[in-house]
Design a protein around this ligand. Structure first.
Ligand code: ACO
Length: 338
């Protein structure tokens, strides 16, 4: 008998501290006009203080998702976390959440696929469920990126793009769907990678490729901040997001007009607008909130999903397409009957 991975709930949590484009223009030579025109971003959230970490943001999102699903933390039998900004170099955030949430001594797995964290995560969870290794899964995507941004002129190209935040989903193995739930679940996923782009968007330190691991001069030279060739990332993003959409639509014999909502990664409003126009979709079928949160890397898509449900733009039975592209390069998407 077939088994399906059904999303039972989604929730999110963002820090309360709003940082507007105007605020950033006091720290570096930038302007609301430049940031809005190039990216669509108006503001982002930064952690309030050092007590907030990736695992505390993730915990808040996870607790809210568990409550919505009516699950106890003890019901969960697998934790999957996607992040590029873990609390510690090791161990991963998965084990920290196992402890914080009070889960049983279940497997806890960290995924490093950067902005593709959610789409890789859902594909991974789907595999665990279809192979009957897990029944109730918690997928958490969380990032605290503000402390590693170079908030000076030197880092302004990157600093204006990113924010902090978290999203979480509960996903359940369903052996045979009832008539009212027929067709629900993760239908298909498509993933890709191209490591030739690894240094186009990366943060080199701390890392074992650096002789001596990390030196005090590295900090002075700014090597501890993320770096990017934005134009190369932009072009690759548009190409790979469209490739992902086309493969998932063709493989599942779905036409763009049958999709109820496309939820793309939030790296740049212009990227998402190009993808929307290429797929010939009306604006209301693509969910964006980059204006308010910037790029929260792995957390963008779950934050969008959570807000889309809250706003009534995503309802049970809807056909959803997620699309992501990020550092690596990595990319992919999921076709889901919500
Ligand atoms: N404010 C004002 N001016 C700036 C800023 C800033 N914050 N940053 C750069 N500039 C200047 C540049 O120095 C340059 O000046 P010059 O013409 O005198 O040399 C000028 O603005 C244009 O810079 P470009 O980099 O050419 O601007 P572009 O139009 O390419 O936009 C951007 C840059 C927004 C970064 C764009 O390339 C982009 O969005 N790329 C994709 C980002 C992305 O998808 N990231 C992937 C996800 S991240 C992840 O996976 C972790």
């Amino acid at each position: 008998m077939g088994i399906t991975a059904v999303i039972r709930s989604v929730s999110h949590h963002v820090p309360t501290r709003r940082v507007t484009n105007e605020d950033l223009s006091k720290l570096m030579e930038t302007s609301d006009e430049w940031i809005t025109e190039r990216t669509g971003i108006k503001e982002r959230r930064f952690i309030e203080d050092d007590s907030v970490t990736t695992s505390t943001l993730g915990e808040a999102a996870a607790r809210a998702a568990l409550e919505k699903a009516g699950w106890d933390a003890k019901d969960v039998d697998l934790i999957v976390v996607a992040t590029l900004s873990p609390d510690l170099y090791f161990p991963g955030v998965g084990v920290l959440l196992q402890q914080r949430l009070g889960c049983r001594t279940i497997p806890a797995l960290d995924i490093r696929a950067q902005c593709s964290g959610l789409v890789y995560g859902l594909s991974c969870v789907d595999g665990y469920i279809r192979s009957r290794q897990a029944k109730k899964v918690l997928l958490v995507c969380a990032e605290v990126q503000s402390p590693v941004l170079d908030l000076t002129n030197r880092g302004r190209d990157m600093a204006v793009l990113f924010g902090d935040g978290a999203g979480a989903l509960t996903i359940e193995a369903v052996e045979s769907l009832s008539a009212s739930e027929a067709g629900r679940g993760i239908i298909d996923s498509y993933l890709g990678s191209d490591g030739s782009g690894a240094e186009v968007l990366c943060m080199k330190l701390p890392g074992t490729a650096r002789p001596g691991f990390i030196k005090s001069s590295d900090i002075e030279e700014g090597l501890v901040h993320p770096k990017m060739d934005g134009k190369v990332v932009f072009k690759n993003a548009v190409t790979r997001l469209l490739e992902t959409a086309q493969v998932l639509l063709m493989r599942n014999k779905v036409t763009p007009d049958q999709i109820d909502l496309v939820v793309p990664h939030q790296a740049n409003l212009r990227i998402n607008e190009m993808v929307r126009q290429e797929l010939k979709l009306p604006p209301e079928k693509v969910f964006n909130n980059i204006q308010r949160y910037g790029n929260t890397t792995a957390a963008t898509i779950p934050i969008c999903l959570s807000e889309a449900v809250a706003e009534g733009r995503l309802k049970e039975g809807n056909l959803v397409l997620t699309l992501a592209f990020g550092a690596g390069f990595t990319w992919g998407g999921n076709l889901i009957r919500w």
